[in-house]
Design a protein around this ligand. Structure first.
Ligand code: NAD
Length: 352
C-alpha cells in the first residue's frame, strides 16, 4: 500500500509528488490517516531555505540541520487507523490533532515538558515528515490529542498557530485581561491570536497590518481596532488607540519595521513578544531597556500541555474556530504561492 506525499526536493522549486509506502506502526507508535494539514508561513521560510538575519546575512535550513527531501506541514489533524503493540489507551477511528514539536524526549528540557525547546528537535514537517501526505506515524499516543467534536480542518491549525499564539500571549500574564494587546500581522497567526485573546478573557486586541484586506478581516474577526503599519503616523495611532502607548505587543511579523514600530508606540513597562520570522536586524538604544523599562523576548511554538489545554478550550466552545479555506492536497503548490503573494485571509488547510 502506498500513499501520496508532496516533498520539497529543492528550495523554491515546486513540491514533487512521490508515492511512498504507508508506514507500519511498531512499539508505542500510532498511525494517523491525515484529513487536514494547515499551510503556515513557516512552511514558506522552509521552502525558501533560509531565514534573513539582516545585513545580507542568512541562516540556511541546512545550518539548522534540516535536510531535503522534506515533507512539510506541521498543523496536522486526522484519525488513528493503526497502533503498535505497545500503544495503550487509543481507539481506532479516534480523531486527533498531532503535537508536532517533538524533542529527544530524554533531556531535562523534554522531561520538564518543554519538548518544543529541545536542542535535538525532531519536529514533524520540519526535521522529519509532516502533513503534506496521507499518513503519519506518531511515536507515542500522547502526541495524538483527542479532538472529538471538532472539525478536523478547524482543529489542525491549533497545533501551530494555536499553540504558538497561546504560549506567546500567556507570557504577558494578567495584564492581558486589563489592557489591549497590539498584534502586528493579521494573517494566519493573527486571526488565531484574535480568537485566543477572547478565549483567554483578554481586554481586546488592536491589529496592525500593511494590507487593507487583512485589516478589514481582523475587524470582522473581533479586533477593537485595525491600523495601517505603513502609515507615517502609525505609532501615533497606536498610542491613541491604546490610551497612551502599547503595554503589550505580540509581533507576528518579526521584521525591523514592526519591532521599531512597537518600540515607537511603547509606554512604560512595555513587553514585546516576537514570534514572526520575516527577519532582519535591529539597532536599539540600550538606555531604552532600563529607562522605559522595555522588555523584548521571543517565543517559539508551545508545549504539549499547552496544546492539550487549548484543545480543551476549543472542545468547550471557549475558543471559537478561525476562518479556514479548504483546498485539496494536490493544490499544495498553488496554496504556498497564494500565501507568499499575501492572498490568503486566515488559514488554508489541505485535505487529502
Ligand atoms: P501569514 O502570511 O498568514 O501572515 C503574515 C501577515 O503579516 C500578513 O497579513 C501580512 O500582510 C502581514 N505583514 C507583513 N509585513 C508586515 C509589516 N511590515 N507590518 C505589518 N503587517 C505585515 O503568516 P503566518 O502564518 O501568520 O506567520 C507569521 C510569521 O510567524 C511567519 O514568519 C512564521 O514563520 C512565523 N511563525 C513563528 C512561530 C514561532 O513559534 N515563533 C510559529 C509559527 C509561525
Amino acid at each position: 500500500m502506498t500513499q501520496r506525499c508532496y516533498c520539497v526536493t529543492a528550495h523554491n522549486e515546486p513540491l514533487k509528488l512521490f508515492r511512498q509506502p504507508i508506514p507500519e506502526p511498531g512499539g508505542t507508535q500510532v498511525l494517523v490517516r491525515i484529513t487536514a494539514a494547515g499551510v503556515c508561513h513557516s512552511d514558506l521560510h522552509i521552502w525558501e531555505g533560509h531565514y534573513d538575519l539582516g545585513g545580507g546575512n542568512r541562516i540556511t535550513l541546512k545550518d539548522r540541520g534540516i535536510a531535503l527531501p522534506l515533507t512539510m506541514g506541521h498543523e496536522i489533524a486526522g484519525e488513528i487507523v493503526k497502533t503498535g503493540p505497545d500503544a495503550k489507551d487509543v481507539r481506532i477511528g479516534q480523531p486527533v490533532v498531532a503535537f508536532p514539536w517533538l524533542g529527544c524526549g530524554e533531556c531535562p528540557t523534554c522531561r520538564r515538558g518543554d519538548e518544543n525547546l529541545c536542542l535535538k528537535a525532531r519536529s514533524l514537517g520540519v526535521f522529519q515528515s509532516g502533513g503534506y501526505q496521507e499518513y503519519l506515524l506518531l511515536p507515542h499516543p500522547r502526541y495524538a490529542v483527542d479532538i472529538s467534536g471538532l472539525d478536523a480542518a478547524e482543529a489542525a491549525p491549533l497545533a501551530c498557530s494555536g499553540v504558538t499564539t497561546f504560549s506567546a500571549l500567556k507570557k504577558f500574564g494578567p495584564v492581558l485581561q486589563e489592557q489591549p494587546v497590539v498584534i502586528m500581522g493579521g494573517g494566519g497567526l493573527g486571526h488565531m491570536a484574535l480568537a485566543m485573546v477572547r478565549a483567554m478573557g483578554g481586554h481586546g486586541a488592536i491589529v496592525v497590518d500593511i494590507d487593507p484586506a487583512k485589516r478589514e478581516a481582523a475587524l470582522a474577526a473581533g479586533a477593537v481596532g485595525a491600523i495601517d503599519g505603513a502609515a507615517a503616523d502609525a505609532a501615533r495611532q497606536i498610542i491613541a488607540a491604546t490610551g497612551g502607548g502599547a503595554r503589550m505587543v505580540l509581533d507576528l511579523v518579526g521584521a525591523p519595521s514592526t519591532v521599531n514600530l512597537a518600540i515607537a508606540s511603547a509606554t512604560r513597562g512595555t513587553e514585546i513578544v516576537v514570534v514572526g520570522l520575516f527577519g532582519g536586524e535591529l539597532t536599539i538604544p540600550i538606555p531604552f531597556f532600563p529607562l522605559r523599562p522595555l522588555a523584548i523576548r521571543g517565543s517559539y511554538v508551545g508545549n504539549l500541555a499547552e496544546l492539550q489545554e487549548l484543545v480543551a478550550f476549543a472542545r468547550e466552545g471557549r475558543l471559537k474556530p478561525v476562518a479556514v479555506t479548504r483546498r485539496p492536497l494536490d493544490e499544495v503548490n498553488d496554496a504556498l504561492l497564494a500565501l507568499r503573494a499575501g492572498k490568503v485571509v486566515g488559514r488554508v488547510v489541505l485535505t487529502p
